[in-house]
Design a binder for this molecule. Structure first.
Ligand SMILES: C[S@@+](CC[C@H](N)C(=O)[O-])C[C@H]1O[C@@H](n2cnc3c(N)ncnc32)[C@H](O)[C@@H]1O
Length: 250
């Protein structure tokens, strides 16, 4: 009865007030929605964060034990700088990496047929380059340690760009650009930056319900087939990601 009256009153409220009422209601710990929200924000979200931290700290541990493996931290797919900040937190006290973020800073490109999924559309995940940089700098990254390369990979990842970064190699390559097509462009560009010990980390390994004929899994399989001289060992695996260690480049 009381619940019915509350619901009837709730329906008469303007949508902004409804949204505030909903937030307040969910914050009450002893209600069903309060318990739900606490579990999602606490246990579930924390689990995701911890797994990602393990991913990065695992790479840090490997690289430190096997030092010297120095060079770049390359990140393909920068968005809100969550992983760039985590990379900085995980590596800053152990290594002198130069951190490079590659992104369109205009979000996803046109979605090709092979990458179509309800969640993705052109322009989604756009985050301005200046905002990305200030997010990193406000987090404590010295500005001179961070570089950005703006543009869609099929046009930005050129030989000319590669010679700008050569001859230094990459210590870590973080690939978080969601799509098969984007990952193909990235993988085609990185071979000259590989050295024994480079860690390649795929953030979206289990996208497309882990279908091996889609996304990063497919791009990686094709890359291995086309580059038999490059050898890798599987490394850390999480609910979302998969890392590999480069063990040979010829
Ligand atoms: C999931 S977000 C990255 C999240 C980020 N690592 C973080 O932790 O905040 C994917 C990013 O990949 C970028 N991206 C995807 N395909 C791209 C392409 N072909 N060229 C350039 N950027 C691309 C998008 O702009 C987006 O910022």
């Amino acid at each position: 009865m009381t619940a019915n009256i509350s619901r009837a009153i709730y329906r008469t409220l303007p949508s902004r007030v409804q949204s505030i009422a909903r937030t307040l209601w969910q914050a009450i710990p002893w209600t069903k929605s309060g318990r739900h929200l606490r579990w999602v924000r606490g246990t579930y979200v924390d689990f995701g964060r911890q797994q990602r931290r393990q991913f990065f700290l695992g790479a840090a541990r490997f690289l430190h034990i096997n030092r010297p493996i120095e060079g770049y931290y390359f990140e393909f797919g920068c968005n809100e700088a969550n992983t760039m900040r985590m990379a900085w937190d995980s590596f800053r006290y152990l290594f002198d990496f130069t951190y490079v973020g590659f992104d369109s800073f205009e979000g996803l490109p046109e979605i090709e047929k092979i990458d179509q999924q309800l969640i993705w559309e052109k322009g989604k995940l756009a985050f301005a380059e200046e905002r990305f940089i200030s997010t990193c700098v406000n987090h404590g990254m010295p500005r001179e340690r961070l570089q950005t390369v703006r543009g869609f990979y099929d046009r930005s990842l050129t030989n000319e760009l590669a010679s700008r970064f050569a001859p230094k190699k990459a210590a870590v390559i973080y690939i978080d650009c969601d799509l098969y097509v984007s990952t193909v462009s990235v993988l085609n560009w990185i071979p000259q930056f590989l050295q024994p010990g480079t860690v390649i980390m795929f953030d979206d390994w289990n996208c497309f319900a882990a279908d091996p004929d889609k996304g990063e899994r497919r791009a990686w399989r094709e890359f291995l087939q086309a580059n038999a001289r490059l050898r890798f060992e599987p490394f850390i695996s999480t609910a979302e990601g998969q890392a590999f260690i480069c063990i040979g480049v010829d």
